[in-house]
Write a protein that binds this ligand. Structure first.
Ligand SMILES: [Zn+2]
Ligand SMILES: [Zn+2]
Ligand SMILES: [Zn+2]
Length: 177
């Protein structure tokens, strides 16, 4: 790590610039301020401006507290919005359909009759399952009730689907009646 002090001002502190070598071989310039009388300088979050005690670097070299699994961050030009179908975190770079679905939801396919037991639905029910690079989504219809399940690195979320949202979702998976 090379370090050079670009400016010295005894009342304000030091502006420090460093060059970091990232795990992928890229280098990036990092600048932060050392407050007069202190020996620890903090980097600032590219989104909130708050001091970072631990920083992550996104694909566009923004310094943030945390990046998404696909290495985007909230300061990127294609920030995270919820997937219109499952509501999962989805960045603009990963959107997989013009209506705003995530890769897993675009892959939703009806589960074959004999496989339904694996998805916890009876033979009279139905299930749809889709897998994307960062998430899996399962839709279940059984005994007149619909359940959406999403599984990603943050864990598993199961939610019942109510009428309005259900109508939109059924249209998207081609199950409209
Ligand atoms: Zn970013
Ligand atoms: Zn989705
Ligand atoms: Zn993404």
């Amino acid at each position: 790590m090379s370090r050079r002090v670009s400016e010295v001002d005894l009342t304000v502190g030091l502006n420090v610039e460093e060059e970091w070598r990232l795990a992928n071989g890229d280098t990036m310039a990092v600048a932060y301020q050392l407050v007069a009388g202190e020996t620890v300088g903090y980097l600032r979050d590219a989104v909130t401006g708050e001091p970072l005690h631990q920083a992550s670097v996104c694909r566009l070299h923004h310094l943030v507290r945390q990046v998404e699994t696909c290495a985007t961050c909230p300061a990127c030009p294609d920030p995270v919005k919820p997937c219109v179908l499952c509501g999962g975190r989805l960045c603009g770079r990963c959107v997989a359909s013009t209506d705003g679905r995530c890769p897993a939801c675009v892959q939703l396919r009806k589960v074959k009759l004999l496989d339904r037991g694996r998805f916890g639905v009876s033979l009279r029910g139905a299930a749809w399952h889709g897998v994307g690079p960062h998430a899996q989504v399962t839709l279940r219809r059984d005994k007149g009730r619909w359940l959406l399940e999403r599984w990603d690195n943050a864990g598993r979320i199961t939610a019942p689907l109510d009428s309005d949202r259900l109508l939109t979702i059924r249209r998207m998976i081609g199950d409209a009646e």
